[in-house]
Write a protein that binds this ligand. Structure first.
Ligand code: 48H
Length: 263
């Protein structure tokens, strides 16, 4: 039987499928903001434990800073400690000696995203987290969403809200969720050296990579910071295009989320 093409049928399939899937994600165990290496790794590892996970990404594509590699050369370097996290999703690594490995950016994005989806994580692209929801104790209990395009066009459109038991700020250099908390919750104290967003320090790749998994933690009640967002929040140095720490931080964030969710 051949398919009888009907434009209005296509329209209704798109809208009804979107509505059905989005409504299923209105109450989550974990909302992950940002689909870079830290967010995608956390998504895969939390979802694989059976938790209900969705990733919200403001761009129409996932991958964050992976695509650009180092200065637009689409390659990433990872170190020995992170090797297994890439290999377990099927990314081929070129061994370069002394514990260095090189991965292709397109393969890394594609396989990291596919593995997170296969583990059960849902991906919502083109959606910006513009605010958080808080409960009466000022704990973060969800994210407030708008279309990325609405934000870019600076339209006055009110957002929608999604409840989450844990939120992971994986927004990279911006640490957007934590900055929102600092700006909007009077007296909010983040678990950082200053109680607020410190801002990332200049490059020290060795120190940054050594610290990042350990720095990954619940920075505000209900919110874990992962990836570059941790460095920006806590005043740690940047590391340039060595990406192992991003995967390791995503893994640590998934472990912390599972501890927070376990009864
Ligand atoms: C929805 C948002 C929002 C928002 C931002 O930048 P990323 O790749 O982040 P990480 O931490 O996973 O990886 C960092 C790495 O890419 C990097 O930049 C490195 C290693 N830099 C070192 C150096 O020295 O420069 O991904 C973050 C994602 C992006 O896709 C954003 O579009 C997205 O988060 N995002 N999505 N709502 N409010 N803010």
């Amino acid at each position: 039987m051949s398919t009888k093409i009907d434009a209005t049928r296509i329209t209704s399939l798109i809208v009804s499928s979107f509505a059905e899937d989005f409504l299923a994600d209105v109450k989550l165990d974990v909302a992950i903001v940002g689909a870079g290496p830290a967010g995608l790794t956390a998504a895969r590892l939390v979802a694989s434990q059976g938790y209900k996970v969705a990733v919200f990404e403001r761009n129409l594509h996932v991958g964050g800073g992976i695509w650009g590699g180092g200065m637009l050369f689409p390659r990433l370097v990872v170190q020995e400690e992170a090797k297994a996290l890439l290999e377990e999703v099927g990314i081929s690594l070129k061994a370069c000696g002394e514990g260095y490995y090189v991965a292709d950016s397109v393969e890394t994005v594609s396989k990291s995203a596919a593995a997170a989806i296969d583990a059960g994580a849902h991906m919502w692209v083109g959606m910006t987290v513009e605010d958080v929801m808080i409960d009466d104790q000022q704990r973060v209990c969800g994210v407030v969403l708008n279309w990325g395009a609405v934000q870019k066009a600076q339209l006055h459109v009110d957002p929608l809200a999604v409840q989450a038991r844990v939120v992971i700020d994986a927004t990279g250099h911006d640490c957007d969720v934590l900055r929102t908390i600092e700006r909007k919750i009077p007296g909010a104290r983040l678990d950082t050296p200053t109680g607020g967003v410190v801002g990332e320090r200049p490059m020290n790749a060795a120190l940054a990579e050594a610290q990042i998994a350990e720095l990954t933690r619940e920075v505000y009640p209900g919110v874990i910071a992962a990836g570059m967002a941790v460095n920006a929040a806590t005043g740690a140095p940047r590391m340039g295009p060595i990406f192992g720490g991003m995967f390791l931080s995503g893994q640590r964030a998934a472990q912390i989320a599972a501890q927070m969710l376990s009864p």
